[in-house]
Ligand binder design. Structure first.
Ligand code: PNS
Length: 158
């Protein structure tokens, strides 16, 4: 059974993330979306809420499951017996950071393969931080996120 992990802070999950998760789910038997605690990033939404929003956003995908994690990604990947980490790549600016992280993860656990899926053009410049900024400025976000996330953002900045 091929199992992939799609990790992220998901603060909050966007349609860009959802696109990558959906496509990963077509490549392997099971996908585990791993929601990182990422305390250093000072997330807008607490871990429990980010996890709930991811869960509600992927509820229609039968082979996708959602778990929160703290600590090293490779330890989480091993603990759930996955073989692959799938990440999305957007514009060139992602590359350096993702390259570094993939190299470090390889150093820590060479049996874990990192695979990148290119974001489609309409999501190339979409990011959680951009969506948070839109919401903080009272703009609607429903073109960029799922309904539960748009609702949570509106409530947060009401
Ligand atoms: O959505 P993000 O914030 O870009 O996701 C980054 C994430 C959570 C995948 C990355 O920070 C991560 O893997 N964090 C866990 C700690 C870890 O394993 N770091 C890499 C080796 S030092």
């Amino acid at each position: 059974m091929k199992r992939a992990v799609t990790p992220g802070t998901f603060d909050p999950i966007t349609l860009g993330h959802l696109d990558i998760i959906t496509r990963a789910a077509q490549l392997v038997d099971e996908v585990i979306v791993a929601v990182a605690a990422s305390p250093a990033k000072g997330p807008l939404f607490p871990l429990e809420e980010r996890t709930r929003l991811v869960r509600e956003s992927v509820a229609h995908l039968p082979n996708v499951h959602v778990m929160a994690f703290d600590g090293l990604l490779v330890d989480f990947v091993r603990s759930v017996d996955a073989q692959v980490v799938v990440k999305g790549l957007r514009a060139l600016t992602d590359f350096e950071y993702e390259f570094q992280m993939a190299a470090m993860n390889y150093e820590l656990a060479s049996e874990v393969e990192t695979v990148f899926i290119m974001a489609p053009p309409q999501f190339m410049y979409l990011s959680s931080s951009m969506v948070r900024e839109l919401a903080s400025l009272k703009s609607r976000t429903d073109r960029f996120v799922t309904a539960p996330v748009a609702e949570a953002l509106a409530a947060r900045f009401a």
